[in-house]
Design a protein around this ligand. Structure first.
Ligand code: ATP
Ligand code: MG
Length: 558
């Protein structure tokens, strides 16, 4: 696991590209990001986007966005749309139009015919179970299909029948004729086409046979002039097949495939199938729920494209899959928001303080900087009134609490209100059950922005809002979605580790300046953490804030 010492990373892919560029191997590098539109993008995809688009950007090349849409049953237009939106939000622009594997279906079919005519592909009627028996396993060579030696004419007639829909799904496939004894299972007569009588989100009902990933990917790369086809490690064993197609077809260009390790995060899952299960079983409120490790979820949570990029920069590109500590991602967002988010005050659990030496109805405007080190972010106005709210946890009646440990308001003592006066808690007013109803306090005049007078020792500084001018805000606090560090490792079902307390919703009271902000505006609520105005639900009339991250890593040492 990466440690907090991880810094600007090593990147062997960059080294390869750099050398190719120096050696003048290609006029221009071309990469691609090839998602299958069967789910929303997650942090692992953000990593791949960062690498593919980032390399193209760095070396003055181009990066295509190409939908790998060869499996119509699992794919949907909704996913296509969300993926485009996410890539743009991350700050990248694809080269030319969006591309689809399905743009090339005619060409693939022609190439399938080419292989048949060359005696390198055949229609096979083995059932799925028979095929898997015939395939053998890693240490045992496979057996040749009885359909392998069919004539070219027969194969041409059969593929045509497959194409026009004369065969049932699953009754036959088109396979390459390579080597059933190859130590690489991918080379044991892999499937090129399957029958799928499903409507396709791009091609409608034009096709009822669909190419396999392997038969499509390298050829797509070739058609698009991809120079560096960067993919994850699980495709390493597919590389010989990728190259076999390029060698055996009249393709216009020879791309090259490179593999890097998948990025995984602890305390979460990064597999579209599992994320879809969370959505389908309503464990979360959709793909873009702020607890999801999806790009749209992180966006809604208040993560910024800049912080995701910083995170990717921090994690080395390696040749093995890795599990990265989620606290590294959290630190990236915390640092980013610390630098950029304006400050505001929001009281989560309000306790009323009546400042008895302020006349009722008087409003004094305090002026505070929006950011301690960014004057360009401007100032905000904090209305100060006789009745204010502080956080319940910021008050204690126990004056034996040490000043070091409890830097908050204690009965009979002083505290500074952030950006305003020093006050003293004079009296606690309780109801008949002994519950605190409010505190009576008094302010020391002329202490705004000034040192405390002789003999007055405030314990610290606390945040507050005006009881009459503060605005109620819905605050959604999030915790990790899984209570286990590696929810999908080992034998157990990842669903058993769902943290049932990952969301809590409260009504807090915020300073008035935050209500009018646009959706997706981030703030540091002082002493509480970073919060973002919800992308969908926030309005000035009914403000809604999502907690992005706390001020400190509260999980460290847990
Ligand atoms: P999943 O397993 O989540 O369904 P996938 O690999 O099937 O992911 P694709 O849509 O095929 O999803 O992925 C598009 C691109 O993103 C591929 O090039 C893939 O290698 C890359 N990618 C997917 N997950 C990760 C990851 N965790 N880390 C790095 N790259 C990834
Ligand atoms: Mg995939």
């Amino acid at each position: 696991m990466a440690t907090s010492e991880t810094k600007a990373s090593s990147n062997f892919i960059r080294n390869i590209i750099e050398e190719d560029v120096k050696a003048g191997k290609q006029a221009k590098i071309v990469t691609r990001f090839p998602p299958e539109p069967n789910g929303y993008l997650h942090i692992g995809h953000a990593r791949s986007i960062w690498l593919n688009f980032g390399m193209a950007e760095e070396f003055g090349g181009a990066c295509n966005l190409r939908f790998d849409d060869t499996n119509p049953e699992k794919e949907e237009q909704e996913y296509v749309d969300s993926i485009k939106e996410d890539v743009l939000w991350l700050g990248y622009k694809w080269s030319g139009d969006v591309k689809y594997a399905s743009d090339y279906f005619d060409q693939f079919y022609e190439w399938a015919l080419h292989l048949i005519k060359a005696g390198k592909a055949y229609v096979c009627h083995l059932s799925a179970q028979e095929s898997s028996e015939y395939r053998g396993w890693a240490t045992k060579p496979g057996k040749e299909s009885p359909y392998r030696s069919r004539s070219v004419e027969e194969n041409l007639a059969l593929i045509e029948k497959m194409r026009v829909g004369e065969f049932e799904e699953g009754s036959c496939v088109l396979r390459a004729k390579i080597d059933m004894a190859s130590p690489n299972m991918n080379m044991r007569d892999p499937i090129l086409y399957r029958i799928r009588k499903a409507s396709h989100h791009q091609t409608g009902d034009k096709w009822c046979i669909y190419p396999s990933y392997d038969f499509a990917h390298g050829q797509e790369d070739s058609i698009e002039g991809i120079t560096h086809s960067i993919c994850t490690l699980e495709f390493q064993d597919h590389r010989p097949l990728y190259e076999w197609f390029l060698d055996n077809l009249p393709v216009p260009h020879q791309p090259k495939q490179y593999e890097f390790g998948r990025l995984n995060l602890n305390y979460t899952v990064t597999s579209k199938r599992k994320l879809k299960q969370l959505v389908d079983e309503k464990c979360v409120d959709g793909w873009d729920d702020p607890r999801m490790p999806t790009v749209s979820g992180m966006r809604r949570r208040g993560y910024t494209p800049r912080s995701l990029k910083t995170f990717c920069d921090m994690v080395p590109v390696s040749k093995s899959n890795s599990v990265i500590d989620v606290s590294i991602l959290e630190r990236a967002i915390r640092d980013d928001l610390n630098d950029h988010a304006p400050r505001a005050m929001c009281v989560m659990n309000p306790l009323k303080v009546v400042i008895t030496n302020v006349v009722d109805g008087k409003v004094e405007d305090m002026i505070a900087a929006a950011h301690p080190s960014k004057p360009e972010l401007g100032e905000r106005t904090l209305p100060f009134t006789r009745e204010i709210l502080i956080d319940r946890s910021d008050f204690s009646e126990d004056s034996s609490l040490s000043r070091k440990k409890f830097k908050r308001l204690v009965l009979g003592e002083w505290i500074r209100l952030r950006g305003a006066y020093i006050i003293k808690a004079d009296e606690v007013v309780k109801d008949s059950n002994g519950e605190i109803m409010h505190i009576n306090a008094s302010l020391i005049p002329d202490t705004v922005g000034k040192d405390a007078p002789e003999g007055v020792r405030p314990r610290g500084v606390i945040h507050w809002v005006s009881a009459s001018h503060g605005v109620p805000v819905e605050v959604r606090r999030y915790d990790r979605l899984f209570s286990h560090e590696s929810p999908d490792q080992g034998g157990e079902d990842f669903m058993t580790y769902i943290n049932s307390e990952s969301l809590s919703v409260i009504t807090a009271v915020a300073e008035p300046s935050v209500a009018s902000c646009a959706a997706e505006t981030s703030f540091q609520f002082e002493r509480e953490g970073y919060f973002v105005a919800d992308r969908y639900d926030h309005t000035p009339e009914k403000p809604v804030f999502n907690m992005t991250i706390g001020l400190r890593d509260t999980w460290a040492g847990k």
